[in-house]
Design a protein around this ligand. Structure first.
Ligand code: FES
Length: 289
């Protein structure tokens, strides 16, 4: 190689740096846990290589030492190269840091989850649906009131089985309604440590959303409309004969019914987001739950 030509690594490094930045940005969108760090590592390594190779003095061939030293240290092209690199790094940081902060911080800021006591399991007749309304956050008060469709599926062995679905439509979050009679006059109120719980029997033939017409069957499967998945469900537990709601999770579909249901479950996903298929790759981040 000619002493005046740049080393091969100097030519590769800017390209690798650009690829690393691009992979980092794409990774922040589709895979912040693996792809983004890999892209970051590539970008940092390439930048390091670029600076190191760019700063290495060329062989002093046929040039007087004093001129070579001055030329290498203060050449305009090298100064421009470093300024470009520094500027590119600053721009990259300016883009990547806020994006990384917005994507990662919510996971750490998720509110602590507390179970919601819905009352004694005897308040839920076997095989019937009840619309339960409760305070998701008692300190926030009525603004946190939510509704869930609860059906006691009876015992599986000695273990009680419940179907508990959120009433929130998975399209853009409107409250769905039971398609069928709602027996408001039979409403029961349960006083719990987390506030008043309302229990209203209903006899639905599925659930419908008044906003854009999505329809769900009695297992929460989407049967019509723009909703991208089934109704979200609640984990539940039973302590001292009382039913408690746990965390919400998302569901692509449910096979079979009641206690025999096979639930295809996923971590909680935001409104309008599918949980299966290529479109789900566009939504890699889960909302706090
Ligand atoms: S919010 Fe339910 S269909 Fe749009």
């Amino acid at each position: 190689m000619d002493a005046q030509s740049p080393p091969a690594a100097t030519g590769i490094a800017p390209v690798a740096f650009a690829i690393g930045i691009a992979v980092t940005l794409v990774g922040l969108i589709i895979d912040p846990l693996v792809l983004a760090p890999v892209g970051g590592a590539v970008a940092i390594s390439a930048a390091f290589m670029w600076v190191r190779r760019g700063g290495r003095p060329a062989a002093p061939k046929a040039v007087p030492p004093a001129v070579a030293e001055a030329g290498e240290r203060y050449s305009r092209s090298r100064a421009l190269e470093r300024a470009t690199l520094a500027l590119g790094g600053l721009v990259g940081l300016g883009i990547a840091l806020p994006a990384a902060g917005f994507s990662v911080l919510p996971s750490f800021l998720a509110p602590r989850h507390r179970p919601v006591d819905l009352g004694p399991i005897s308040a839920f007749p076997e095989g019937k649906f009840v619309v339960a309304t409760f305070l998701a956050d008692p300190q926030a008060g009525e603004v946190s009131r939510r509704a869930a469709y609860v059906r006691n599926n009876g015992l599986v062995g000695n273990v009680p089985s419940f179907t508990i679905m959120s009433s929130r439509c998975t399209h853009v979050g409107c409250p769905t309604q039971p398609n069928g009679p709602v027996f408001a006059q039979q409403r029961q109120a349960e006083r719990t440590s987390g506030g008043d719980v309302g229990l209203v029997p209903t006899q639905p033939a599925g659930f419908g959303c008044p906003c854009h017409g999505s329809q769900f069957d009695n297992e929460g499967n989407r049967v019509a409309g723009p909703a991208p998945r089934a109704l979200d469900r609640y984990e539940f537990s039973i302590r001292d004969g009382r039913l408690s709601l746990g965390r919400l999770y998302s569901v692509s579909r449910v096979d079979s019914t009641g206690a025999q249901a096979r639930i295809h479950s996923f971590r909680l996903t935001g409104d309008g987001e599918p949980v299966t298929g290529p479109e789900s790759w566009l939504y890699p981040l889960a909302p706090p739950s």
